[in-house]
Ligand binder design. Structure first.
Ligand SMILES: C[S@@+](CC[C@H](N)C(=O)[O-])C[C@H]1O[C@@H](n2cnc3c(N)ncnc32)[C@H](O)[C@@H]1O
Length: 213
């Protein structure tokens, strides 16, 4: 589903997404069981999280210390841990923190999941790499189901903060965007000029791109 474009077809898509997010879902992503409780971002519905989970493994050298921001269900953190990384994952939403802990346990993985805003839970720490699938919809998302997972703030504030603050925490930084979302070039620009296209894939009717610096 071209979720980013279809969000413009609000009469159909928004009620469906609202219905979907009120229910729990169980998926298998990159060989890992993923439980998504109501109100937590579903990495399969929008494809982005599931694709990122499949893509991060090749970026990991076993033993590296990774940070995942905005972990949601923890699907990406689990993929990093399965590739041999030591992982700290964070999310602002307590329901996501709990889901990520449950999914780590389901996969038999040790992941430290902390609650809090962006880099606040890891202040003063250093990592080998940071990855995030952050909200990239303009505005606060208040009019969308799961607005906290989609709303990037005025002028893509969360992406601007991520692009500016991440280099203080790790030498390698990655984030993902969906090109089905019509304003994705503005989201990409908000990351800053040092981000380069690392990988791009056509996934069931939608270009997804991984950006890194
Ligand atoms: C697009 S979802 C991605 C979830 C998961 N990483 C994935 O790929 O499926 C964005 C996540 O970021 C979290 N989030 C939003 N704003 C945040 C902030 N300021 N600090 C930390 N997490 C935040 C949301 O709660 C949500 O779980």
């Amino acid at each position: 589903m071209r979720f980013g474009r279809l969000l413009h077809a609000r009469p159909l898509v928004v009620p469906f997404a609202r219905w979907h997010t009120r229910r729990a879902h169980l998926h298998v992503v990159a060989g890992q069981p993923v439980w998504v409780p109501p109100g937590v971002f579903d990495p399969v519905l929008t494809k982005v999280g599931a694709w990122l989970a499949g893509a991060v493994g090749e970026l990991v050298t076993p033993g590296e210390r990774w940070l995942e921001l905005g972990t949601g269900s923890g699907v990406v953190a689990c993929a990093l841990a399965r590739a041999g990384a030591t992982v700290v994952a964070t999310d602002l939403d307590p329901a996501a923190v709990q889901a990520a802990r449950v999914n780590a346990a389901l996969g038999g993985l040790r992941i430290e999941v902390r609650g809090g805003d962006l880099f606040a839970p890891v202040a003063g720490e250093r990592f080998d790499a940071v990855v995030a699938n952050l909200p990239f919809w303009p505005g606060d998302g208040a009019d969308l189901p799961l607005g906290h997972a989609f709303g990037a703030g005025a002028d893509f504030a969360i992406l601007r903060r991520f692009g500016a603050e991440a280099p203080a925490f790790a030498p390698r930084v990655y984030t993902v965007l969906s090109e089905a979302f019509v304003r994705w070039p503005e989201a990409r620009a908000a990351l800053g000029p040092s981000f380069r296209l690392h990988r791009r894939a056509w996934v069931r009717g939608e270009w997804l791109s991984l950006w890194g610096r």
